[in-house]
Ligand binder design. Structure first.
Ligand SMILES: [Zn+2]
Length: 154
C-alpha cells in the first residue's frame, strides 16, 4: 500500500499537467514502514530523456526503448535530497498524456532496471486534455514479468 500526502498528490498532478502533452517523470520521497510507503514529497526529474526527446504518448506506447526513463543523475540527486531529510526514495511516477494510467510494455522493461518487490512503487498519472485524471500505483513482480496493482490511500 502507498499513502500519498496531499502535497505529494497535488505536486504530481501539477507536474503532469504542466508537462502535457509530453510525459513527466519524477521520484517519490518518503518513509517505508513495513509494507506501507508514506510519500511526503516528490522530486521532479530534470534530466530525463523523455524531456529531451519530447515523446508523445503514442511514441511511448510503441517504442521499446532500451533506456530507462529515469536518469541516474536524477536518482542520485533525489537520493541526496531524501537522505538530507531523513527520508528514502520509495518509488517513481510518470504521466500518460491522453492515455489510461495502465503500464505499457516499455514501462515494464524500464522498471526491470529498478527491480521488483513491494518497497518501490511505480505511479502513473493520466492526463486528459491537459487536466490530471486518474492515478494508479503498481508494483513489479519479483521476477520482473508483470505489474501488480497497488492500493493508494490519500
Ligand atoms: Zn508509462
Amino acid at each position: 500500500m502507498i499513502i500519498l500526502s496531499e502535497t505529494a498528490r497535488k505536486d504530481i498532478e501539477q507536474h503532469a499537467a504542466e508537462s502535457f502533452p509530453h510525459e513527466c517523470v519524477g521520484l517519490l520521497i518518503g518513509r517505508l514502514e513495513g509494507q506501507r510507503k508514506h510519500v511526503e514529497a516528490i522530486y521532479r526529474a530534470q534530466n530525463t530523456w523523455t524531456a529531451e526527446v519530447g515523446l508523445t504518448s503514442a511514441e511511448h506506447e510503441h517504442s521499446l526503448a532500451d533506456r530507462f526513463y529515469l536518469d541516474p543523475r536524477d536518482y542520485m540527486k533525489a537520493d541526496r535530497a531524501a537522505t538530507a531529510q531523513g527520508l528514502d526514495i520509495v518509488g517513481c511516477y510518470h504521466s500518460h498524456p491522453d492515455h489510461p494510467a495502465i503500464p505499457s510494455e516499455r514501462d515494464r522493461v524500464g522498471a526491470q532496471g529498478v527491480g521488483g518487490g513491494s518497497s518501490f512503487s511505480f505511479l502513473i498519472q493520466s492526463v486528459r486534455s491537459g487536466l490530471a485524471a486518474e492515478l494508479t500505483s503498481w508494483l513489479l513482480s519479483e521476477d520482473g514479468e508483470r505489474f501488480i496493482s497497488e492500493e493508494i490511500q490519500f
